[in-house]
Ligand binder design. Structure first.
Ligand code: NAD
Length: 478
């Protein structure tokens, strides 16, 4: 798949480009065009023009039909999407076939359905006596689109996370400019092809490729013609985007980083807790924002848990690479730092050697650490690799204090068979999502997002529709 910009209904790849590298073996997959400020300007202008055209007054029914056409288009090119996502990310075909592409289809279908349950005019109130002495008045609220929405997405779940924003943004009648991660441009380009074929008006969806700082990402998020920004990525990038958007007071929706805790109580089903932690720490080589990097285990079962988790981590096979040489080096630097900070390496701790073409790729070993103080950087900072640190605790209050002692607050997992404890602890963990005896079960209608440095706002179902539209109150004197 050749990466191209898609601006105002036209595919183009003018200007300079940079190489796209396959993380699985380090080979070059192709060239990605780097959007200049002019290309970004053109995309925003095309989006504004689309809003002045028929899309600006399109009915919810027509928008739902457009979303369904996009879902059908992805379905029809399912294997091409799988190929593109596997090549860009190095993940398994199974993951792309069962998670990435079905979720992208699900994102478009679910927002098409949600539009039907949602009145365009809502909250009608007639409040006699509350009109400042002006007599009776009727208030009703209309939801209208925000306008041009900039969407900036990361490399770890490229298609899933970009469509998670594109679908509700379009459902609400906005026009979109997407800038996907420079590491993973291919499924976005394929999506532009699908949207083009689905017949959405020119400029409703635009795609610009390129880097973030002092490049396409920054040009887009600082653009005066952008009416809202929906971003998923690192917390530090979120802060940079916020500073850039501040001049225009552009509203933001942020899904940011995490340092997610798991609490394993002595009364837990230990088999399930070990299984669950293997999944939550090592799925997609730890490159999911919801992955566990801090595990706190009640002391009576601590030793057994560490031995079993270490054995399972050492036996893992077929784990995918880090996204890039740079990210591999960052994760390995944290492994080294953890050793310097006094960690015991229970499993992994380095880079594997396969004796085949994978050695050209960017693999690191699934790693289990113990023995670090809570102040250690490897315990406090997001590593975003296949690694967790396991520490003991003695009381429920101590477990909660450890879990909450973090600048982040995205997701947590509790393992206990005590129902009262689960209900008591869950609301006190400072994360936006708390899983009990499971991990990463997702109902797309539920609120998704983080607290503290892990994000601003919630996505999912009605929560996304609320962000991507604005309530306007109309007051009529009777
Ligand atoms: P990143 O912040 O480096 O990049 C994300 C996107 O932002 C890319 O498209 C990049 O080009 C762009 N960007 C970078 N600097 C920019 C700038 N100054 N202005 C505008 N755009 C800029 O993140 P990443 O490395 O691609 O993704 C991994 C991070 O994403 C991790 O921190 C992970 O926890 C987080 N994440 C969070 C969630 C969530 O739902 N909370 C989901 C997935 C990933």
């Amino acid at each position: 798949m050749k990466a191209e910009h898609y601006v105002g209904g036209v595919f183009r790849s003018d200007g300079t480009s940079f190489p796209l590298i396959a993380p699985a073996d380090g080979s070059e997959l192709g060239a990605v065009p780097e959007a200049t400020r002019e290309v970004v300007d053109d995309a925003v202008t095309a989006a504004q023009a689309a809003l002045r055209g028929p899309w600006g007054t399109t009915s919810a029914e027509d928008r739902a039909a457009a979303l369904r056409a996009v879902a059908d288009g992805i379905q029809a090119r399912f294997e091409e999407f799988v190929d593109a996502e596997v090549a860009d990310t190095g993940r398994s075909r199974e993951f792309a076939r069962t998670v990435d592409v079905p979720r992208a289809i699900g994102n478009f279908r679910s927002y098409a359905e949600l539009l039907y349950g949602r009145p365009e005019r809502a909250y009608t109130t007639q409040i006699p006596g509350w009109s400042g002495g002006a007599g009776e008045a009727l208030n009703y609220t209309v939801r209208r689109p925000l306008g041009v929405v900039a969407i900036i997405s990361p490399w770890n779940l490229p298609l899933l996370l970009s469509t998670w924003k594109i679908a509700p943004a379009l459902a609400c009648g906005n026009a979109v400019v997407l800038k996907p991660s420079e590491e993973t441009p291919s499924t976005a380009t394929l999506l532009a092809r699908v949207i083009d074929d689905a017949g959405l008006p020119d400029g409703v969806f635009n795609l610009v490729h390129g880097h973030g700082p002092d490049a396409a990402g920054e040009f887009l998020t600082g653009h005066p013609g952008v009416d809202a920004i929906a971003f998923t990525g690192e917390s530090a990038t979120g802060a940079a985007i916020m500073r850039n958007a501040a001049d225009h007071v552009t509203p933001v929706s942020f899904e940011l980083g995490g340092k997610n805790p798991a609490l394993v109580f002595a009364d837990a089903d230990l088999d399930a807790a070990v299984d669950g932690t293997v999944r939550s720490s090592f799925t997609h080589s730890g490159q999911i924002c919801l992955c566990t990097e801090r595990v706190y285990v009640e002391r009576p079962v601590f030793d057994e848990f560490v031995v079993r988790l270490g054995e399972r981590a050492s036996a893992l096979d077929g784990y995918g690479p880090m996204i890039s040489a740079g990210h591999r080096d960052k994760v390995l630097a944290y492994y080294g730092l953890a050793r310097d900070e006094g960690a015991t390496v229970v499993a992994g701790g380095g880079a594997p050697s396969f004796g085949d073409e994978r050695d050209g790729g960017f693999h690191v070993e699934p790693t289990v650490l113990t023995g670090l103080p809570e102040t250690a950087r490897a315990v406090r900072e997001e590593i975003f690799g296949p690694v967790c640190h396991v520490a003991p605790f003695d009381t429920e209050d101590e477990a909660l204090a450890l879990a909450n002692d973090s600048p982040y607050g995205l997701a947590s997992t509790l393992w206990t068979r005590d129902l009262s404890r689960a209900h008591r602890v869950a609301p006190r963990v400072e994360t936006g999502i708390v899983w009990v005896n499971c991990w990463n079960i997702r109902d797309l209608r539920t609120p998704f997002g983080g607290v503290k440095a892990s994000g601003i706002g919630r996505e999912g179902g009605e929560y996304s529709l609320d962000f991507f539209s604005e309530p306007v109150n109309v007051c009529i004197q009777i």
